[in-house]
Design a protein around this ligand. Sequence first.
Ligand code: AMP
Length: 601
Amino acid sequence: METILGIDLGTTNSEVSVIHGNDVVVIEKDGHRLLPSVVGIDLAGNLLVGHPAKNQAILYPERTVKSIKRKMGEDVRIKLGDREYTPPEISAMILRTLRSYAEESLGQKVTKAVITVPAFFNDTQREATRLAGELAGLDVVRIINEPTAASLVYNSNSTLRETLLVYDLGGGTFDVSIVRVEDGVLEVLASHGDTHLGGDDFDQLLFDYVCEAFKKQYKTDLRETPVAVSRVLQAVEEAKKRLSTEPFTQIKEEFITEKDGASLHLDMELSRHQYEEQIFPLLEKTLTCLNDALNDAQLHPDDIDKVIMVGGASRTPIVHQLLESRVGNKLHGEIDPDLCVTMGAAIQGGLISGAKVGRVLIDITPHTLGTSVFDSRVNSPFVFSPIIKRNTPVPCSRSNVYGTVFDNQESVEVNVYQGEADDVRQNALIGEFLLTGLAKVPRNNQIICRFDLDINGILHVTAIEKNTGRAENITVENALAEHRPEANRLFRDHLNSFFAGEETIPDESEKEEEDSESTIDDKDFANQLGLADGWEERYAKEAALIQRASAFISKVTGDDRKDLETRIRELVDAVNRNDSDQITSLVSQLDDLVYYLEDSV
Ligand code: AMP
């Protein structure tokens, strides 16, 4: 069988893959599968392609060319060292390098390739790409659209009629395409994008943010020193990537510059939240493109069967959240978003050469894993907070941050759930533990909850108090297997723990006062209420309010406490009687009281 290379000639990075046996194999060189699309000439006149060229870019910009893809099809010359080159000539240097990596890895000469281009490329740009291939000694057997290639990876063996939305957020460009698949034929119905929007812009925002903070602290602008610029840019890009899996990260660069003969160091913490705030306006632009593509294709979000995530920057968690709120829970990023397009090109090559291409198989978690929110921003304890989303390749690690609800809260309960419902009562509880001995500090003490899932389905869950490092963990043995929810038991457990005021640790002095004034023992409170079986399912809203209210029982004294207990009891009675008029009026009264207590306690 003839070998045909599948090449993603990208703006920021390029990759090559082939079909080997029935599998798609991405070619690796020195541990890298991404080749930066950067070309340069060093001071000795040697040609540099990829990482070495990227490394010299800041010091010798006049000897380095980046993002040549943006110029394909234009009648321009690019000066590099002493000579001028056309865009196809520069692209050919990248293609030649990829070809040599493939030949080295396969141990044979290869002359044919499928090369991908953005769906919006016009004929001139496509011709320029074909020419680049020829200059690299390749017979370009097909030029295919990038979204088509990505769709092939997710659909290579399907005969189903499907409508896919390909959301491709790379380093320098963004595009969104709608692809219809029918009887093995793929057609791009609509495509929109922005040729100057991507992860590099996110880096630039972070870069400015860090430089401004540094300037404020040291009255020194890092942007004035080229080496510092290059180091900070690299550091923020790495920080940005870490923030895709961690809620906080540290940006540390020692001896970054000097002032008055003294060395200065960059050392700053950045939270995912701060980062997301900065990039939000850019992400909104991508949603506008998505709407335009849907309008052009005359489709509604409900008509989309799968959303395929492509491009390195599509790993950013807030991108997933925004897309889910727009098109629902059908995101697929399980195939490495950096490699999806080259793999699709290789599959296309395989189809042309008659190879039998199997499904692209990867290990993923088939169910979402997360926790219930123990957070001061959420009123109900039943809100599910996903940490590892379904279809995430394993092994993987993800973490989120939550805040304690009360001042001086000494412990948090971590419940680990598996499932897809927003309400944890419909998901399966697969583990639970307490993190105790927290510092006596005001509410919103930050607790990091980290999930590490290995390939055998062993899940380690760790809760860490951010300020002190105090940590507790559990191991769940078979987190990949499906578990069944036990809604009623869970619900009752939650009620008991809430009514028992487990999360409320008042001052000892306050506690004595409360105990003497208490008309009901907190721990028996739930039992004494006499909740009828099954009511909780129908009355989730009321249950949430009762729990919210109950959290104040051990925090208030005297008439307030009696009033609170009476109103809770009346509401529970009304719910047990199914008395809807009474329920409405009592909910309103209890709501007012809770509102007052939230303000005054
Ligand atoms: P591409 O053009 O598809 O190779 O995408 C490259 C862009 O993706 C660069 O801006 C990278 O910094 C960005 N990127 C790569 N990995 C991640 C990640 N884990 N989280 C966020 N951005 C990433």
